[in-house]
Every structure is written in structure tokens, then in C-alpha cells.
Design a protein around this ligand. Structure first.
Ligand code: ATP
Ligand code: MG
Length: 939
């Protein structure tokens, strides 16, 4: 696809001729329809084409590279362009991706039936907007397409509602009236289109680029949405749509309930009005599409691990930071689903991990059951592979948009459900041979129970449809033989018209005794009987003469006329009848949509569980123990993404221990170096610090979605929130400076993290001067330790932070083991650092930054100069104001990879604390220092 196509194209300008001025009825009709769809491109169906006129034609022809012509001559002149109706699937997705909204206008009657000067009736049947996609070709198989509405009442919480029109999944929730809370929820749901009050959309359009406003202002609200979702479309909802009373009446009626309490939704909560605005808009865009929305699910934030926008980005949960691709993200790595529905659900799980231990264990038990019963996983997954996207099929069926092929897909999918259900039940019934197993089968039992194969519907489809139905009645057969006697007869007539005529001819030959009598056809009379002059006198009374030729005469009979009528119209009638039968079938299927949806959701869940089981088996994951305390212990844990990506170097597993919060106040003073609740991780560049801390967050998250883990064993204390930040990442789109972003995000953590949270900070504080950075980093760790009391991992190059462990009992130091090889053998060969990728207790005093700079290809003179400056800085002798260029390097200086032995002695001395060193250790250090001193030679 062309790069430029992904860019948002400006909406067509509004200047447009008015319907009253149009000179032809067709343009009058077009302009009338267009008046109601000013913001959309109008695809105006004319016969086999969708035509566009005036500025729509100009914009679209440019965007799609179509030929722009002029309507005329002799007619009213106006620019126009068109696309053949069968090519809509080619052009429409491109327009939508470019950010256009498209209104589809169809002919509502058969042009053949329109008499005289009247023109065909036309109407807009749907509007396609980025958040209301239902067409397979416009949708991403494994991603939901959310439309979300935000209600900001006069006071109190904000109400949110979101829906995937293609599947009917409909959620609501209330969030605190804070920009951050809204932003986080938007980032979690990731809607393609967001509805906010009209005034807010206008405010943003009128004052682009103005400084951030409070969320209580219209502009402020729109700004938050823009900031959280720069690529999403903004839609305007009228104020009345956010009226609580109207909303309640509407939703109760739509869902057929007396109170929303049955969905665990408080009638007066702000999310109700958001749901109303949302459904009204969706219904306007997609008339008749929302029949399958039969329930609301209240999203309960307190039941899920809160993952804010920055964390999801930093941990690359569903897309990579660079390239924003699914491949390489956590989801891309652990999604082995066999159905699109399962893939979508897994994604949802990933962005909303659970806090409830029982719910997590139920998923674990299900995984274990699948793994524990021989062949169960394979057979379940084989069964799943045969099921189409039932959820979206149900959506299309209920809106009456299902094609005959959709019905066949439905039939084939339903046919596999009984076996699938059987397999799932079988797997859940047998006790799994795992010692840690909880209840047998866990979620599997209830999922299998919900997996209704809809036997009557399945049988009806099986019986009614031919094996491979045509796309439409005019393209071939859809309804099977034996369903409708009239259809069978009509088809029989159309199929063997010749044999009917032959039978008729034989009968007439016998009746008249004219052996040469024959039935023929011409376009003037249609079918006729021809009798040679020889047999003229044998012609029966009931023959009506039509023509006399030299040698013969031609006749008609009422029976022949009837037969002709039957033959010629049989096909047409068969088509009509088939269309009626098809409609009946669709209605029947549509009425089963709610049960279909609930089965579809059970299949999705089964698939998500089976996917986790498959990954666990393929990669040797183990079942973690999830516990109510707030400690975490992982033995030989691996980064799930790096471990799975086989890049040659095997991934080195690492242990992790974060101790539980001790009861009572934490005394000041050093704690146990082997333990610790907050780990300060220092060590060389490239050694694996960032990997280790992210891996910890990912493993905890995976455990809380119910997944098994890449580790030898793991015990995870449930987290309420996971925060991950990487310092110094700018967010120019948000108009914030590098350090501002860092501090805003850090502030958010300090305000929201609790005792039960896990905080992962990667080099936070590095976006400013060293002293400022160290001070802030130090204060942050102290605050986390003293006040938040959460679990935390802090990777940093501020080696000063190693000192925190001396006074903060729950802080412990970790470093990444490296081995320094002696200097290279030949002259000019530098020594080397080998990264062992092992996290060990202790702190580092140096980063080997210059070594990594050299590895990265920084020119040698630059590295050499940097070494000199570093040495100067460390000895306090570097004077920046009067720094001279480096003197020509001696071969020795060029060889030195690291500081001189003297510097290394100094560094070693700085690295340990005599008060915390045993006499034996002191002796070891002393001999180490002596060995270093021996290597010192005069320069
Ligand atoms: N345990 C491991 N096993 C194998 N390879 C690893 C391991 N940990 C990290 N790596 C590899 O080392 C590279 C550097 O790791 P990472 O980015 O975590 O280092 P770092 O210590 O954070 O470096 P810097 O200080 O420069 O940010 C990673 O890209 C990864 O490929
Ligand atoms: Mg790093």
C-alpha cells in the first residue's frame, strides 16, 4: 500500500451546490442525500457503479487515483468519478484507512420495476466510520474495533462505554475525573473512534495547538483524548445523548430489562449516558446492526491489574515500541490461538490481567487439564481450527448482512462444536497428573458447558444449504433440493427444458398421428408447433395457427404457451423463490444470534486457554503459584519474548526474590543483601539490566492472566498495578520535553502505586544533569521504600544509588556479572568484556560505557578522548573550561580499554564498605589490590 494512504486526508470542503438548484432529478436526489451526510463521502449507487459528484468526486479521485470526468454533455455539468460496484472491496478499505468516512447509498428498488420518468429510490444504508467497521475486509481479524464514548457529567466520575459493532461486545465503566485516569483507560481499550460532546470536538478544531487545559473544560477533554490516541477519529455526540434519564429509558428498553442492576451497572452511573450516546451513534451509522447487543458488561477496574498507557508501551505488550508491530510484542509471542476470536480475547486478557486468585487459578487449572490429558490439547486445537469467526458471523447474521457463504461458514462451524465440546469436557473430567493441580478442569468445565452447539439451528442449516452455496441466487444454487417442492419443480423445469419439450412433442405426435410434428423456437413467437402441409388435415381443433409458410404451418397451443412461460420464467422465479427462502433462513438464524454469540464467546475462551497451554508446552513453561502476599520469587526466569526469539545466543535465566512486606515498621539500617523488596540494579551497559527488570514485569503480568511462565518455578504475590517506565523517552507528539515526560510519568507512579504494586523503573532521572538526576532518583527510591512500600526494580547508571542499601533495609543491590578478559594478545588488541547476563547481589561502580561506545562503532579517536576526559573527571582534575585537546596518544594509552590500574584501585576501594566487610573478605580485597598495584608500570 502506498505510504501516503495511511495519512489522514482532510475532510472535503463544505462548499457544495444545494439540492434546490439541481437541474436533473438524479442530481437533486444526490444533493438531498448529501445534505444529511456532509462529513462523509457519499457512494451513490447508479446501476453497476458507485458514483461521486462535485467535491466528493474531486477529493476521492485524487485520493484513489481515479479518473475525474464531467457529467454531461447536455446534462448539468459537474465533476464526477465512479467505481464499479464489484470493486468496492478494493477501494473502500483504502479510503477508510486514509481517515475518510463513507456513506453507502444503494438503490432501494429494482430499476426494471420503475415506470416512466420517476427515478429509482435510493437511500443511505450505512455509514462506514473507523470505529464502526463490520465488514470483514475492513477489519483486522485478531483485533477488536472499538468505538468508545466519554460522558463527562457536571460533577463526579467520568462515564465510559465502548462497543465492537462487529461482535456486539459492549462494556461500560466509570473512571475518576482525572486526565490521567481517562488517558489510561483510553490507552487500555484503544478505540479507533471516540465520541465526545460536540462542544469538545469544536473546541479542539477551533484552537489547535493550544496549551493543555483542565479536563473540566471542553478543550481539555478533547486534548486528553487526542493525547492518548493520536490516531483515533473523533466523533461528536449531541448533548441530549448524554442525558441520564433518556439514557436509562433507552437502555432498559433496548436490553429488555427493568433495571441495569442485572448487569451490575448502577442505573445512575455516568457510564449509562455514555452507553446511550454510543448506541445512538452506532445505530445511526449502522441502522439495524445492533440487534445482537443484548447485554452490557461492566468493566470492573478493581478486578484487574491497572496497566497505564506508558507501561503498556514500555513493556511492548501488544505492539513493539519501534515500528508498532505485533510481531515482537508479548502478545505476538504468546498468541498461538487457532481462531480470530481467541486471538482477540487473548489480547483483551493481556491488557486486563486479573487480581482474583481464584479466577487466575481457574484458568491455570484449565491449562493444566489440557496439558495433563494425553492428546486433549491437540484434539481441542484441531477442533478449534475448524471453527470460523463465529462471533463476527453472529454479528453479520443478526444485522441481516450475512451472505450465503457466511451461512455456510456458520453451518460448518456449528457442525464441529459438538465434538469440540466433547473434547473439552473429556479433558476437564480426567484428573490432571500435576501435583499443583487445583480443581480439575477449572474454567474448562464452565466453558464447555457454555459451548452450546445449537443443534436445531445446525440441523436446519445442514439441511437447507447446498454444500457450497453461490454468492447470490442469480449466481447459482443456495438452497438445497427437497426443501421446497415448488423450487425443485422450477429448477427441474429450467434444467431440463429440452426434455420437457421433447416429452410434449412425443405426446403431440402420438395424439395427432403426425410423425413429422415438431416443436421449435424463434424469437418472434417463442415456442411453436410445426406441421408440414402433408398433414394439414390432421391438425387438431385446439391448435391456434400463427403462421403459414410454403411447406408448413406453425401453431400454438395453450399448453405449449404455458410450458414456454414456465421454462422462460422458471429460472427467474427460482431465483426469487430462493431469495425468499434465504431470507427466511436468515431470519431464523438471526433469532438465534444471542445463543450463537454466547457459544462464540465460549469458543473464544477455550481457544485462548488452549493457546496458553500450547505455548506452555512448546516452551516448557511452568505453572506459577499465585499468592495473596506481596512477595515474588522466580527461579530461573526468562524474558518471554527474547527467550522465544531464537537469535543464536541462548537466553540466560535469572532468579528473582522480592520479599514480602514485613509486618510493622521497617527499621533504618542495612537489610539482608540476599533479599530486598526494592532492587537497585547497576552494572555495565548492555549487560542485561533493562531485560531483567522488564522480564520481571512481564512474568508477573503473564502469571496474572493465568498463563504459565518461562521459569523453573515461580511464586507470584498478586499485584494490583504494574508500572514500567523508561527514562528519557520524549513524547514530542504530546508537546512535552524529554525530562517533563519522565517526571510526569514518575509523578503518576508515586501518586498511584500501592503496597501491592510492582514498579519497574529503567534509568529514570537520566534526562537531566547528573546531579539533578541522581538526587531525584535517590529521592524516588526513598519514597517508594518509606511511603509506597511497593515492590520495585530500579535499573540505573547512577552508581551512587548503591549507597541506598546502607540505610534502607528493604533496598538491596544487584549487578550484572561480567568477566573482563585480560588485554588482547597482539599489540593494539584491546581487552574485552564478556557479559555473563547473570544478575548477582552487589553494586557496580562503572558502566563500561566507553567500551560499548567502541563496540557500537564510535570512531577510535573519540573513544580515546572520552577515556582521557573520564579519567580527568574521576580524579577531579578535569577542567571543562580549559580542557585542551588530547595530546597524541601513546600506544599504551590507546591500548588501555579501561582506566589505569591506579584508577581501578581507587574504584575498588570506593566500591566496598569496610563497616560491612568481613575480615576474610577484607583480606581477599587486599590481595586483589596488591595484584592490581603489581600491574602498574611507569608510563
Ligand atoms: N539474560 C540474558 N540472556 C541473553 N541475552 C541477554 C540477557 N539479558 C540481556 N540480553 C541481551 O543483551 C542486550 C542488552 O540488554 P539490556 O538492554 O537489558 O542491557 P542494559 O544493561 O539495560 O544496557 P544499558 O545500560 O545500555 O541500557 C539485550 O538486547 C539482549 O539481547
Ligand atoms: Mg538498559
Amino acid at each position: 500500500m502506498d505510504e501516503s494512504e495511511t495519512a489522514l486526508v482532510e475532510a472535503p470542503p463544505r462548499r457544495r451546490p444545494r439540492a434546490v438548484d439541481a437541474k436533473t432529478p438524479l442530481l437533486k436526489q444526490y444533493l438531498t442525500l448529501k445534505e444529511a451526510h456532509e462529513d462523509e463521502v457519499l457512494f451513490f449507487r447508479c446501476g453497476d457503479f458507485y458514483e461521486m459528484f462535485y467535491d466528493d468526486a474531486e477529493t476521492v479521485s485524487k485520493a484513489l487515483g481515479l479518473v475525474l470526468t464531467t457529467r454531461g454533455p447536455g446534462q448539468e455539468e459537474c465533476p464526477m468519478c465512479g467505481i464499479p460496484h464489484h470493486a468496492i472491496d478494493r477501494y473502500l478499505p483504502r479510503l477508510i484507512r486514509m481517515g475518510f468516512r463513507v456513506a453507502i447509498c444503494e438503490q432501494m428498488e429494482d430499476p426494471k420495476s420503475v415506470q416512466g420518468k420517476r427515478i429509482v429510490e435510493r437511500a443511505v444504508i450505512e455509514v462506514i466510520t473507523p470505529g464502526t467497521l463490520t465488514d470483514e475486509k475492513l477489519l483486522d481479524e485478531k483485533e477488536p474495533c472499538w468505538l468508545l464514548a466519554v460522558n463527562r457529567p457536571k460533577r463526579g466520575s467520568l462515564g465510559l462505554a465502548w462497543i465492537d459493532v462487529s461482535t456486539g461486545r459492549f462494556y461500560v465503566t466509570d473512571v475518576p475525573r482525572e486526565a490521567q485516569a481517562l488517558e489510561d483507560e483510553l490507552a487500555r481499550v484503544r478505540p479507533r473512534e471516540v465520541l465526545i460532546p460536540e462542544a469538545a470536538v469544536r473546541a479542539l478544531a477551533d484552537t489547535p495547538g493550544s496549551p493543555a487545559q483542565p479536563i473540566d473544560t471542553d478543550l481539555g477533554l478533547a486534548q486528553v483524548v487526542r493525547r492518548a490516541l493520536p490516531g483515533a477519529a473523533l466523533g461528536a455526540a449531541p448533548d441530549w445523548a448524554f442525558d441520564g434519564e433518556q439514557a436509562l429509558v433507552f437502555l432498559r428498553e433496548k436490553l429488555g430489562v427493568a433495571t441495569l442492576a442485572c448487569f451490575d451497572v448502577e442505573d445512575r452511573s455516568p457510564c449509562v449516558a455514555a452507553g446511550h450516546a454510543l448506541l445512538r451513534y452506532a445505530e445511526e451509522m449502522k441502522p439495524g446492526f445492533l440487534k445482537h447487543v443484548t447485554e452490557i458488561v461492566r468493566h470492573r477496574p478493581e478486578a484487574h491489574v491497572a496497566i497505564d498507557a506508558a507501561t503498556a508501551r514500555c513493556l511492548e505488550l501488544v505492539e513493539t515500541l519501534r515500528g508498532r508491530e505485533r510481531a515482537g510484542s508479548l502478545l505476538g509471542t504468546i498468541d498461538a490461538s487457532r481462531t480470530a476470536m481467541g486471538g482477540r480475547l487473548l489480547r483483551e486478557w493481556m491488557l486486563s490481567p486479573l487480581r482474583d486468585i481464584a479466577a487466575i487459578e481457574a484458568r491455570q487449572d484449565a491449562i493444566e487439564a489440557l496439558l495433563g490429558n494425553k492428546g486433549a490439547l491437540e484434539s481441542v486445537r484441531d477442533g478449534l481450527a475448524k471453527v470460523y469467526d463465529l462471533e463476527r458471523l453472529a454479528g453479520r447474521v443478526s444485522s441481516g448482512r450475512a451472505t450465503p457463504r457466511d451461512l455456510a461458514a456458520l453451518r460448518d462451524s456449528l457442525a464441529h462444536l459438538p465434538a469440540l465440546r466433547e473434547k473439552a469436557l473429556e479433558a476437564s473430567a480426567k484428573p490432571a497428573p500435576f501435583p499443583a493441580s487445583g480443581g480439575a478442569g477449572g474454567r474448562l468445565v464452565s466453558v464447555a458447558a457454555k459451548l452450546d452447539p445449537l443443534a436445531p439451528l445446525s440441523a436446519r442449516l445442514e439441511k437447507t444449504l447446498v454444500p457450497q452455496p453461490a454468492a447470490s441466487p442469480s449466481d447459482g444454487e443456495i438452497v438445497a433440493a427437497g426443501i421446497d417442492p415448488e423450487l425443485d419443480e422450477l429448477r427441474g423445469i429450467a434444467r431440463d427444458a429440452t426434455s420437457h419439450l421433447a416429452r410434449f412433442q412425443a405426446r403431440e405426435v402420438e395424439r395427432t398421428g403426425i410423425p413429422s410434428l415438431k416443436v421449435s423456437y424463434n424469437s418472434v413467437f417463442g415456442y411453436y408447433i410445426e406441421v408440414t402441409q402433408t398433414h394439414r388435415d390432421k391438425v387438431p381443433e385446439d391448435y391456434v395457427r400463427k403462421q403459414t409458410l410454403k411447406n408448413c404451418e406453425r401453431f400454438l397451443t395453450p399448453e405449449l404457451k404455458e410450458l414456454e412461460g414456465k421454462i422462460l420464467t422458471a429460472r427467474e422465479r427460482a431465483e426469487g423463490l430462493e431469495a425468499t427462502l434465504l431470507r427466511e433462513l436468515k431470519d431464523e438464524v438471526a433469532s438465534a444470534a444471542p445463543s450463537l454469540l454466547s457459544s462464540a464467546r465460549a469458543v473464544a475462551e477455550l481457544d485462548a486457554i488452549a493457546s496458553l497451554a500450547q505455548v506452555a508446552r512448546d516452551r516448557g513453561y511452568v505453572r506459577p503459584r499465585v499468592r495473596p502476599h506481596s512477595g515474588t520469587a522466580i527461579v530461573a526466569g526468562k524474558h518471554p519474548v527474547l527467550d522465544a526469539a531464537s537469535t543464536g545466543e541462548p537466553f540466560v535465566p535469572n532468579d528473582l526474590l522480592l520479599e514480602d512486606l514485613p509486618a510493622g515498621p521497617v527499621p533504618d539500617g542495612p537489610g539482608n543483601e540476599e533479599k530486598g523488596r526494592i532492587l537497585v540494579i547497576t552494572g555495565p551497559n548492555m549487560a542485561g539490566k533493562s531485560t531483567y527488570i522488564r522480564q520481571t514485569a512481564l512474568l508477573v503480568l503473564l502469571a496474572q492472566i493465568g498463563s504459565f511462565l518461562p521459569a523453573a518455578s515461580a511464586e507470584i504475590g498478586i499485584c494490583d498495578r504494574i508500572f514500567a517506565r523508561v527514562g528519557a523517552a520524549d513524547d514530542l507528539a504530546r508537546g512535552l520535553s524529554t525530562f517533563m515526560v519522565e517526571m510526569t510519568e514518575t509523578a503518576n507512579i508515586l501518586r498511584h502505586a500501592t503496597e501491592r504494586s510492582l514498579v519497574v523503573l529503567d534509568e529514570v532521572g537520566r534526562g537531566t544533569s547528573t546531579y539533578d538526576g541522581v538526587s531525584i532518583a535517590w529521592a524516588i527510591v526513598e519514597h517508594l521504600h518509606d511511603h509506597v512500600r511497593c515492590r520495585a526494580l530500579f535499573a540505573t547508571h547512577y552508581h551512587e544509588l548503591v549507597g541506598l542499601a546502607r540505610t534502607k533495609a528493604l533496598v538491596a543491590n544487584r549487578t550484572c556479572a561480567v568477566r573482563e578478559t585480560p588485554r588482547g594478545k597482539g599489540k593494539g588488541q584491546p581487552g574485552d568484556v564478556v557479559f555473563l547476563r547473570k544478575i548477582v547481589p552487589g553494586g557496580a561502580d562503572r558502566s563500561y560505557g566507553l567500551h560499548v561506545a567502541r563496540l557500537a562503532g564510535v570512531p577510535e579517536p573519540v573513544v580515546a578522548r572520552a577515556q582521557k576526559i573520564l579519567a580527568g573527571l574521576e580524579s577531579g582534575s578535569f577542567d571543562a573550561l580549559h580542557a585542551r585537546p588530547a595530546e597524541p596518544e601513546t600506544p599504551k594509552a590507546q591500548l588501555a580499554l579501561f582506566e589505569s590500574p591506579r584508577e581501578r584501585i581507587a574504584a575498588r576501594l570506593r566500591s566496598f564498605d569496610p563497616n560491612r566487610t568481613t575480615p576474610l573478605d577484607a583480606l581477599v580485597i587486599l590481595s586483589e589490590l596488591k595484584a592490581l598495584a603489581e600491574t602498574e608500570r611507569p608510563a
